[in-house]
Ligand binder design. Structure first.
Ligand SMILES: C[S@@+](CC[C@H](N)C(=O)[O-])C[C@H]1O[C@@H](n2cnc3c(N)ncnc32)[C@H](O)[C@@H]1O
Length: 248
C-alpha cells in the first residue's frame, strides 16, 4: 500500500524558523534585562528590555500564524480563488510561481478535459524543498499528472505563445520580484499570454493594488482588488479581471 501524501511545502521557511526560535530567545533576553535594569532604575534600558520581551512574543505568535497558513489556511484560500473562476473543465490554466503545485494541481482537478501549466524558478527561500520534482510528485499523488505540465523559468519572460492561456493564477509569488519594473513586466506577460476573454486571479499579501493598476494599463479594464482574506498570513487580496474580447 502506498502511504505517500502530497506535500505543498512550508512558505518562507527561513522566516518561520527565525520567528519560532528567535522570538522566545528575544523574550528571554528581554526578561533578563528587565530583571537586571529595573532594580537599578535604568529607565531607557527598561524600555528597550520591555520592547524586546513583547516583540519576541509577537514573533513567536507570527511563526504559528505562518505555519497555520501553510498547513491549513492556504488550501481554503486556494478553493475560494479557483471557485471564483467558474471553470468549464476544458481550459488551459497557468500558475505563476507554482511551487509544490497548490493552484496548479487544484486547477487540474477542475479540468477533466483541460490542462494546468506551472512555471517556477524554485527558490528555496520562498518555499521549503521547492522543486519541479516535488510539484510533479504531488500531481502524481493527486491523480492529475496527465494534465499537468511544469516548466522551469521566470514569470517575467513566459515561455508561452501570445493568447494561448484561458486563466492565469498566482499565489504569493509575484511579490518576490523585488523591483516595480520587474512586477510590471510579469503583468505585461500575463496579459500577453491570455486569450481574449481569459481571466486573471493573482493572490498576494502586498503590491496587489499595483497589479490592478498595471492590469488596467495593459487593457484589463475591469481589473479590481478583492477585500482582505485572513486564511493566509499575512492576509491577502486577489487582483482579478478578464481580457476584453475584441468587438466584431
Ligand atoms: C511562497 S512560494 C508560493 C508557491 C505556491 N504558489 C503556493 O501557493 O504554494 C513563491 C513561489 O514563487 C516562485 N517565484 C519567485 N519568483 C519567481 C519568478 N520570478 N518566476 C517564477 N517563479 C518565481 C518561488 O520559487 C516559489 O515557488
Amino acid at each position: 500500500m502506498n502511504n505517500e501524501k502530497p506535500d505543498y511545502g512550508l512558505d518562507a521557511p527561513g522566516l518561520v524558523r527565525g520567528f519560532l526560535l528567535g522570538g522566545p530567545a528575544l523574550s528571554i533576553a528581554g526578561w533578563f534585562l528587565i530583571a537586571w535594569s529595573q532594580p537599578r532604575h535604568i529607565g531607557p534600558l527598561i524600555g528597550v528590555a520591555n520592547a524586546m520581551f513583547f516583540t519576541g512574543i509577537v514573533f513567536f505568535i507570527e511563526s504559528f500564524l505562518l505555519m497555520a497558513s501553510s498547513f491549513y489556511g492556504k488550501y481554503r484560500a486556494r478553493d475560494h480563488l479557483l471557485d471564483d473562476l467558474h471553470l468549464r473543465g476544458d481550459e488551459t490554466v497557468l500558475d505563476l510561481g507554482c511551487g509544490h503545485g497548490l493552484l496548479l494541481i487544484g486547477a487540474a482537478k477542475r479540468l477533466p478535459r483541460g490542462h494546468s501549466l506551472g512555471i517556477d524558478l524554485w527558490s528555496q527561500v520562498d518555499q521549503s524543498d521547492n522543486s519541479r520534482e516535488a510539484a510533479l510528485r504531488n500531481a502524481r499523488l493527486e491523480n492529475v499528472a496527465g494534465r499537468v505540465e511544469v516548466r522551469d523559468g521566470d514569470m517575467q519572460k513566459l515561455p508561452f505563445q501570445d493568447q494561448s492561456i484561458d486563466a492565469v493564477v498566482a499565489n504569493l509569488s509575484i511579490h518576490n520580484i523585488s523591483s516595480r519594473d520587474g512586477r510590471r513586466e510579469a503583468i505585461a506577460e500575463i496579459v500577453r499570454v491570455l486569450k481574449p476573454g481569459g481571466q486573471v486571479a493573482l493572490m498576494d499579501f502586498k503590491h496587489v493594488g499595483q497589479y490592478v493598476e498595471d492590469l488596467k494599463k495593459r487593457g484589463i479594464a475591469d481589473a479590481r482588488k478583492s477585500g482582505l482574506s485572513f486564511w493566509i498570513f499575512p492576509p491577502v487580496r486577489i487582483a482579478t479581471g478578464r481580457k476584453t474580447v475584441p468587438a466584431g
